[in-house]
Design a protein around this ligand. Structure first.
Ligand code: TYM
Length: 326
């Protein structure tokens, strides 16, 4: 049996290059390597933990599924599905809730961040990491491709798996997070903050037009020095742009720095914008076609839901028996 990979995308806002470089790019590479059994899903239940408009949410869920497919997640190679369509995600969450201390959840970084941003602490928000653990453990995943911001959630998933196995007998694997070198793409308007759907001003979206991409890169903050260099501690803004260039060009960071030696910020930014526009073009073309073909997209997702459900039901049966349900 091939090792299992699981990862999800939360449909709150549009996908940006942080999602692409931190997760999607490697999710597609792992899928294409043919070495793993990949499960990728749209984490719609997770998206309900923040205030939203139901009509807009349905659109967002659909668009995110289209984007994931257009980016190269391939239903012939991976199981691609909608989280809420596989009801076992919620069922397993309940069981895992009963072995997860509340204090652990109250101490999670993302939860505390959301509260400090003024979000109401609904129970779903507190329980968010347990639902994530259920997402991963249902498929007995060994690897989870994610950005650095999800590291603590994967750690907690490992702890929950261990606790379950200790109490009820060996059932789950302890999954490992797998990161790219773009662990953390920073915001274009503030290099000390992560690029995040919750700060749209600093995001470069995958669906941005060439004109918008050029404008956003032009406006991206740099620093008062003039050289192109990579030193995330001392020069976070230019280092972030160099990292983005390196990832989009597949050149090493040192090669990018070398190629732009003595070249001014304006020219570097122009080249970076060209590179991003060129790389995203095929995605944007596929997206434009797919978005109009709702029937095909929904059929593809329904097939994914079915395949995921078969695996999820098997695990859930095993879990129910182990915890003493009849
Ligand atoms: P989400 O939708 O916020 O982000 C999707 C993926 O993109 C990564 N990411 C980044 N990587 C680098 N730099 C950034 N600035 C950046 N911003 C986002 C995230 O780390 C993530 O991998 N809770 C998850 C969704 C989820 C999930 C799961 C993931 C639900 N269940 C189970 C893995 C396994 C989330 O909100 O991701």
């Amino acid at each position: 049996m091939k090792p299992v990979i699981v990862s999800g995308l939360k449909p709150s806002g549009e996908l940006h290059i942080g999602n692409y470089l931190g997760m999607l790019k490697q999710a597609v590479e792992l899928q294409d390597s043919n070495k793993y059994r990949c499960f990728y899903f749209i984490a719609d239940y997770h998206a309900l933990t923040q205030r939203y408009n139901p009509k807009e949410k349905s659109e967002e869920i659909y668009r995110m599924a289209v984007d994931a497919l257009a980016m190269g997640l391939d239903p012939k190679k991976s199981v691609i599905f909608i989280q809420s369509h596989v009801t076992e995600h919620a069922n397993l969450t309940w069981i895992l809730n009963t072995i997860t201390p509340v204090g652990k959840l109250q101490g999670m970084i993302e939860y505390k961040e959301k509260l400090s941003e003024g979000q109401a602490p609904n129970t779903g928000l507190l329980d968010y990491p347990v639902l994530m653990a259920a997402d991963i453990l249902l498929y007995k995943a060994e690897f989870v491709p994610v950005g650095e911001d999800q590291r603590q959630h994967i750690e907690l998933t490992r702890e929950i798996a261990r606790t379950f196995n200790d109490r009820f007998g060996g059932t789950f694997k302890e999954p490992k997070a797998v990161h790219t070198k773009s662990l953390r793409i920073m915001s274009l308007d503030n290099p000390l903050k992560k690029m995040s759907k919750s700060i749209p001003a600093g995001c470069l979206y995958l669906a941005d037009s060439p004109k918008t991409i050029r404008e956003k890169i032009k406006r991206a903050v740099t620093d008062s020095l003039t050289t192109i260099d990579y030193d995330p501690e001392k020069r976070p803004a230019i280092s972030n742009l160099v990292l983005i260039y390196s990832e989009f060009s597949a050149l090493s960071i040192s090669k990018v720095v070398k190629n732009f030696k003595g070249i001014e910020y304006g020219k570097f930014k122009d080249d970076l914008a060209d590179l991003i526009i060129k790389t995203l073009k095929p995605f944007q073309e596929r997206r434009a076609k797919l978005i109009k073909n709702k029937q095909l997209v929904m059929k593809t997702l329904a097939e994914g839901d079915k395949s995921a459900t078969l695996v999820a039901q098997k695990t859930m049966k095993e879990v129910a028996k182990k915890v003493g349900l009849i």
